[in-house]
Design a protein around this ligand. Structure first.
Ligand code: PXL
Length: 268
């Protein structure tokens, strides 16, 4: 390994079956020749006895802080310039991550704003959403909201067209200052899977033929991780978004089936 090896951190949860979360992030980094590391925020174990619902256990905030301390000390700010943020899970975890991001400069902070964890009480989830919006969103430089998150962050009532998705992405860009890649996924009607990229200078609609009408697990994690890896390699945000869209489309085409009721994205 040489000093010019691109590095990327993911601050994310474990999804034990490997479809989403830190496992998908690391496989994406590896497939894109980026050396990856993980600060684990929580452990999700689907419950096959309960309709594959989410069992969710947060990592102690101090244990998360310890991981972040080890990583950021081993790899100083001029060597590790990029982090991805996935599922955080609790207000305490969010406060720990926000404190690290305030102390330690990252050139790129890619936020996949995971707003819902099905294993949580609705009240707790609301606290978590509020904390994420208040403490982490302003520190992000690149945000990848899915359809639901785009509605929530933009405050729009419905998003059913490319124009509405574009308007929502612009609103999220204005309130965060970050580049935004808003994902239509299977939620916009029509034969194309549409994402919209918005930053200070550019609005671009990214489109690829839909691969079926059923969402696969891990697509969002993989897209944001591919953006992160591309930024670690020095690509511009728009280039990173275009490449990530191609990477995830190929991964959905070669998705992996299992005894769980959803297919998962592959990374290669
Ligand atoms: O895809 C969202 C997601 C992210 N991170 C973890 C998850 C999930 C969904 O299951 O378990 C750890």
């Amino acid at each position: 390994m040489t000093d010019s090896t691109p590095l990327a951190l993911t601050i994310a949860g474990s999804e034990a079956t490997g479809g989403a979360g830190a496992q998908a992030d690391l496989r994406t980094f590896q497939a894109m020749d980026v050396f990856g590391m993980v600060a684990l925020t929580c452990i999700v174990s689907f419950d096959p006895k309960n309709d594959w619902g989410h069992r969710f256990v947060p990592v102690e905030p101090q244990v998360l802080a310890d991981q972040l301390e080890a990583i950021t000390t081993a790899y100083p700010a001029d060597q590790l310039t990029v982090t991805k943020i996935g599922m955080l899970g609790t207000p305490d975890t969010i406060a720990t991550v926000a404190a690290t991001l305030r102390d330690r400069a990252f050139e790129h902070v890619v936020l996949d704003p995971v707003l819902i964890c099905k294993g949580q009480e609705p009240g707790a989830a609301l606290d978590t959403d509020t904390a994420l919006k208040k403490q982490v969103l302003p520190l992000a430089t690149f945000i990848t909201p899915n359809h639901f998150e785009t509605l929530s962050l933009s405050g729009m009532d419905s998003i059913e067209t490319v124009e509405e998705l574009t308007e929502a992405a612009r609103r999220i860009h204005e309130l965060s200052g970050a580049a935004v890649l808003a994902k239509g996924g299977v939620h916009l009607p029509g034969p194309e899977a549409i994402d919209v990229f918005v930053d200070d200078t550019t609005t671009e609609v990214l489109s690829a033929p839909k691969v079926g009408e059923v969402a696969v697990a891990g697509a969002g994690c993989t897209l944001a991780a591919a953006v992160t890896a591309a930024l670690a390699k020095g690509l511009e945000p728009l280039e990173a978004a275009r490449g990530a869209k191609e990477f995830v489309t190929a991964g959905i085409q070669s998705r992996l089936a299992s005894a769980a009721p959803f297919d998962v994205v592959r990374q290669h």
